[in-house]
Ligand binder design. Structure first.
Ligand code: NAD
Length: 350
């Protein structure tokens, strides 16, 4: 039988390592490309049947047309989020699968690590002590015990964050258009409206997907409601926050700090080494000047367990497609628009 060929875009040494391990079972022919998937780079997949893209790959109409010309049948995303896919453009053209649930613990634990680091100023303390400066001025934090934390988006990751914060004995608020009653009861969580949540919370952690309804959820209007000194943690998607509005509340001192694993315009910078280059993004540069802003480069998912699961599920998705099995992890316009997945009898969206 002819070997299935897969073009893996946006590939780093760690992707290759985990995919090769998972591929021992399948023996697919995998070609690795450092380029992100877009209309131009798509040409590199010539001769392959599958392309695999990551969070900043662009799956728009033109890319889909290009991939179809080359008879690519499947796009296997190595991510949970799929805001980079034009769902209308792929519908009935190319099947798209993703990895919905690789390790909510990885992202949740990173969100809490960011909270602790930002609150207790560990990022500053680390540098200070290495410079033999053992003074404590400027490092004052607050007890999280008995404070109020808010979870925006109580899905897989948001729920894990809530469980961890409950161990700190924090009061928990949540905002989600689809409240989860059992979870709320179990952890004594109060679902409230967004503005009330912002008014009452000392820490706000974002875990909603990027969509029309969450784009700039935190903007100059909603951020007016922020409790003085509140910390904002974003491990979801950068576009959930209007960065210029965030900068204003940081400048005024209304926000106590921000810890961001994602950034609106991250695609040019994150995952790459710019230490010998010039950063032309003035907004990013401004953010980096605040002592109370902590940025990590979209690394919340980056654990051994998550990478193992991403590689395993990606290849399982590909196997399911070529063996004609139901595509449990398929995403499609119809299913997402109605928020329920009604797949055909054969377990596929079309
Ligand atoms: P999920 O689908 O399990 O949960 C998302 C939750 O958000 C759902 O409960 C949904 O009802 C809620 N939601 C939808 N619209 C909302 C809105 N307008 N306001 C508030 N809540 C809303 O997803 P998940 O697995 O928990 O992942 C959440 C997000 O985390 C992903 O969409 C992705 O963007 C991000 N993520 C980031 C990383 C990283 O490395 N930083 C890794 C994985 C996922």
């Amino acid at each position: 039988m002819k070997k299935i060929k897969i073009a893996v875009f946006d590939s780093k040494s760690y992707d290759e390592c985990f995919l090769e391990k998972a591929n021992r079972k399948y023996k697919y022919e995998i070609k690795y490309f450092a380029n992100r998937l877009n209309t131009d780079s798509a040409l590199m997949a010539q001769g392959c049947q599958v392309v695999s893209a990551f969070v900043n790959g662009i799956v728009d109409k033109k890319t889909v047309q290009q991939l179809r010309k080359m008879n690519i049948e499947l796009i296997a995303l190595r991510s949970a989020g799929y805001n980079n896919v034009d769902l209308k453009a792929v519908y009935k053209k190319i099947h798209v699968v993703r990895v919905p649930d690789y390790s909510p613990y990885a992202v949740a634990e990173h969100a809490v690590a960011l909270m602790l680091c930002l609150n207790r100023k560990l990022h500053r303390a680390y540098n200070r002590v290495r410079d033999l400066n053992f003074a404590l001025e400027g490092l004052l934090g607050f007890d999280m015990h008995n404070k109020t934390a808010a979870i925006i988006g109580t899905g897989r990751i948001g729920q894990k964050v809530a469980h961890i914060l409950k161990c700190f004995n924090m009061k928990l608020l949540a905002y989600d258009p689809r409240p989860k009653e059992d979870f709320a009861k179990e952890l004594n969580i109060e679902y409230v409206g967004l503005n009330e949540l912002l008014k009452r919370s000392d820490i706000i952690s974002l875990h909603a997907p990027l969509s029309k309804s969450t784009y700039h959820l935190l903007n100059s209007k909603t951020l007016c409601n922020l409790k003085n000194g509140a910390m904002i943690i974003n491990t979801s998607r950068g576009q959930l926050i209007d960065t210029n509005a965030l900068i204003e509340v940081l400048k005024s001192g209304k926000a106590g700090g921000a810890a961001l694993d994602v950034y609106e315009e991250e695609s040019e910078y994150f995952f790459e080494d710019f230490s010998n280059k010039i950063v032309s993004d003035d907004t990013l540069a401004r953010l980096l000047t605040f002592p109370n802003v902590l940025i990590t480069s979209h690394q919340a998912f980056f654990t051994k367990e998550a990478l193992t699961q991403i590689a395993k599920t990606t290849l399982e998705n590909i196997e399911a497609f070529f063996k004609g099995k139901p595509l449990e992890n398929e995403i499609c316009y119809k299913a997402c628009a109605k928020n329920k997945c009604k797949k055909e009898e054969r377990g596929r969206c079309w």
